[in-house]
Ligand binder design. Structure first.
Ligand SMILES: Cc1cc2nc3c(=O)[nH]c(=O)nc-3n(C[C@H](O)[C@H](O)[C@H](O)COP(=O)(O)O)c2cc1C
Length: 209
């Protein structure tokens, strides 16, 4: 494809088998809603399992939210090559297993290979690592991928936006992850929240002894 023919910004979204498949689904929904993006989706077998366990979506419905579906084992896919230009990749959620694979360039599946390509090409790679509690090995893996250029962003919700529903938390987290990738998302609530709570002046004053 000639450069002039690339009109949409390509984003890879990977759903691995950690809890929180809804984050990846929500990212796909936001990108589709905003328009102008060509989404490439990879779902690991464990990711398919969590979509089934945690959401009302079928795998087919999630795949239909993307523009291009890639098989987890297709290490010859377009996105496995650095010459195929993409803006970046979001792994949402990212399991400890996938984090480990990325940290050691274990490119035996397409999620790990595409992530490795993003790092070697100095493209955005955001990992919504979801595991808790963490042992030192997890923390060291996070430190290593950070050294290689990835951004580790555990999907820890912010409560200053006063979320009421799980859906609101998922939207805010997915929007923030896309924001970190340099994608402007109108659904993102930024601090200070417009018309949001304001700390009473008295709360700023030192307490009397
Ligand atoms: C319902 C469910 C929830 C899981 N949650 C997590 C999790 O939060 N974090 C994690 O690292 N692994 C979690 N796992 C285990 C991973 O799915 C498992 O390690 C798998 O091999 C990961 O493979 P993948 O990285 O290729 O998707 C979960 C598994 C299931 C079935």
């Amino acid at each position: 494809m000639k450069a002039a023919e690339i009109s949409k910004t390509r984003i890879i979204v990977a759903i691995s088998g950690a809890s929180g498949a809804i984050y990846g689904i929500e990212a796909l929904r936001l990108l589709r809603e905003m328009g102008g993006y060509e989404t490439h989706l990879i779902v690991s077998p464990a990711g398919a399992r969590t979509i089934h366990e945690e959401t009302d979506f079928t795998l087919g419905e999630v795949e239909a939210m993307s523009d291009v579906r890639h098989h987890f084992r297709d290490i010859g896919a377009s996105i496995a090559s650095g010459s195929f230009k993409v803006h970046g990749m979001l792994v949402a959620p990212c399991s400890a297993r996938t984090l480990g694979g990325i940290a050691v360039s274990l490119g035996e599946n397409l999620i790990v290979r595409a992530a490795d390509v993003c790092m070697k090409e100095r493209r955005k790679l955001v990992l919504l690592l979801r595991e808790t509690p963490l042992h030192l090995g997890h923390i060291e893996l996070m430190a290593n991928v950070t050294r290689y250029g990835a951004i580790v962003m555990p999907p820890v919700p912010a409560f200053y936006t006063r979320p009421i529903t799980v859906a609101e938390i998922a939207t805010q987290t997915a929007a923030r992850a896309l924001d970190v990738m340099g994608i402007e998302v109108s659904a993102l609530n930024r601090w200070p929240v417009e018309n949001g709570p304001v700390m009473p002046v008295s709360a700023n004053e030192p307490e009397d002894d």
